[in-house]
Design a protein around this ligand. Sequence first.
Ligand SMILES: Cc1cc2nc3c(=O)[nH]c(=O)nc-3n(C[C@H](O)[C@H](O)[C@H](O)COP(=O)(O)OP(=O)(O)OC[C@H]3O[C@@H](n4cnc5c(N)ncnc54)[C@H](O)[C@@H]3O)c2cc1C
Ligand code: SF4
Length: 655
Amino acid sequence: MLRFISSPKSKSSKSALCNSVAVHVPPFYPPSDASPRTQSRARNLHSCLDSLYSTRTSVLSRRREGFFSAAFERIRPRIAEFGRNGIGLWRCLGPASGVKSFCTETVSRESLNYDVVIVGAGPAGLSAAIRLKQLCKEKDVDLSVCVVEKGAEVGAHILSGNVFEPRALNELLPNWKQEEAPIHVPVSSDKFMLLSKSRAFSLPSPFNNKGNYVISLSQLVRWLGLKAEELGVEIYPGFAAHEILYDTDGKVIGIATNDMGVAKDGSKKDNFQPGVELKGRVTLLGEGCRGSLSETVIKKFNLREKGEGQHQTYALGIKEVWEVNTDKHQPGSVLHTLGWPLDPKTYGGSFLYHMKDRQVAIGFVVALNYHNPFLNPYEEFQRFKNHPAIRPLLEGGTVLEYGARTLNEGGYQSIPYPVFPGGAIIGCSAGFLNVPKIKGSHTAMKSGMLAAESVFRTLHEGSPLEDLWDALRKSWIWEELYNARNYRPAFEYGLYGGLVLSALEHYIMRGKSPWTLKHGKPDHEATDEARFWQPIDYPKPDGVVSFDVPTSLYRSNTNHDHDQPSHLRLRDSEIPEQVNLPVYAAPESRYCPARVYEYIADENGHQKLQINAQNCLHCKACDIKDPKQNIKWTVPEGGGGPAYTLIFVLTRIHN
Ligand SMILES: Cc1cc2nc3c(=O)[nH]c(=O)nc-3n(C[C@H](O)[C@H](O)[C@H](O)COP(=O)(O)OP(=O)(O)OC[C@H]3O[C@@H](n4cnc5c(N)ncnc54)[C@H](O)[C@@H]3O)c2cc1C
Ligand code: SF4
């Protein structure tokens, strides 16, 4: 098994790093009894990491120069501490070690070979990695597995505050309690309410959260990363998979990370480093909802048609973590609402979970097939917090964190065929979220585990990877999603029609009705022209429970290097001014929860779209909702984006 041990010289190398211009990774020494293959892999990995590291240190040191430098400085000492205990090689040299590096050499694109390359260190990707290594151990086989993660740390791009169903974790790591998984707060009450503007009506809760836990998913993912690493998985946080690699027959043979140190104008900066090719005998894509590479592969191999799936449908979830007064905190209490402030034709609602340490995750989900282009999901969330049933809980509290992410709502009807030549799609990239439960962590984990078992059989026994499709259909994921299939499309009939139909499905038919409802139009086609609607007059933030976007954005600790090509690409640069603004009244300036898209008058008074890409929260709503599908979300330089885990965990430690 691969196990790399830092050289005794590494400490002095580390201090030398602080003063030197070029940065080098100390050599690794595999165990003396390692096989020649392992020895050679160690040399190969070292040479590649050496060039990668010099890029990473410069990228992460630039984070401190950005818009949120003060916040980053505040948490820096803690990051170093996490570094000592944290995941992966990078942490021992650390983004926070104070190193500045400028690499003046141009290095050609290097290539590393693995048995399995996994994109995304989320619940799906890490469960797949862990399961693969468990099988290796059971059968005494050595398969090399790496996971590449675009967040600066494992968990940094995972929104915390989650009601977690432990079914998949019980199967994957049955001793999770003894192994101190960060799962401590059982659900203690489970309420469901329909809101009018000033009242709240209790409904029977359809969620059935008995036996579930209120957790921080980013912390759980961090713990899963540690477990994966203990088993020998190599995790590379801070690297974004940018490109799919194909062989001459069109089979996927891995991914390439993006070039670093490229300026806005496309020129190479002093610290330019080409991307790295990570080649795998099998590639698993676990990028989460609307993964950029996953979408490419779904289209290229017609996986939706092959799986006889409908289009995927989505919602945007916007969330805050609050610290509330002790007398208001009820650990394990869970509340979901429907209704106000959304109009009855727009599907969505809120969730409010009491975690531990006086923390409450509160969020609002808006289905992206809304019609009114003037609707602003961020403002709907701010309005919601003023409801008389909600505001008293928040008053006197403090917001610790802000974030946003889309989630899949297509369920059973929208699952693509998950296998492509050379790999498979797992987790929310394939859309395994259970909508009526608003839970996808357990299904993402289970799909990763099933994929790992199929991959292991493929690599070890030569069976076809396509067996994964059958394994999925025989699993409890399929049963869950099948039984829940009519819940979301029922709300095509509006809030009240949806409530009646979904209650019928849930309580009487119990998912066994002989029909399967279809989804309506794809989300981008659902937006009406602005002439059919009136602008919505949202109240100004009061700074007590509601806030403006820049204030919230600060709490997400988001940052990207300003001087890099925009990762938000317009397929046609004319469409914003010729279509989006005149026909749809610039919906991107409202659905984006980070105010990345702004129309600003030029010197002639013409409104021009300005894209503030450095504020992007990686939620992917623009990739989904743009009426003409003109915005393409691609990965920015690795390490950029939100830093949910850090700000969340560290603020708690500070307090
Ligand atoms: C607002 C909201 C509330 C939710 N509440 C719950 C809940 O209460 N309970 C529940 O069970 N589920 C909940 N979910 C769903 C749950 O978060 C997802 O189902 C789950 O996280 C999916 O896991 P995943 O591994 O497929 O993807 P993700 O968790 O999204 O992880 C994907 C990882 O891949 C990385 N990545 C993506 N693209 C690349 C790339 N190209 N290169 C490198 N890295 C990449 C990302 O940074 C991320 O770390 C909620 C989701 C949202 C948005
Ligand atoms: S630019 Fe797109 S992906 Fe980024 S925060 Fe805005 S809507 Fe989300």
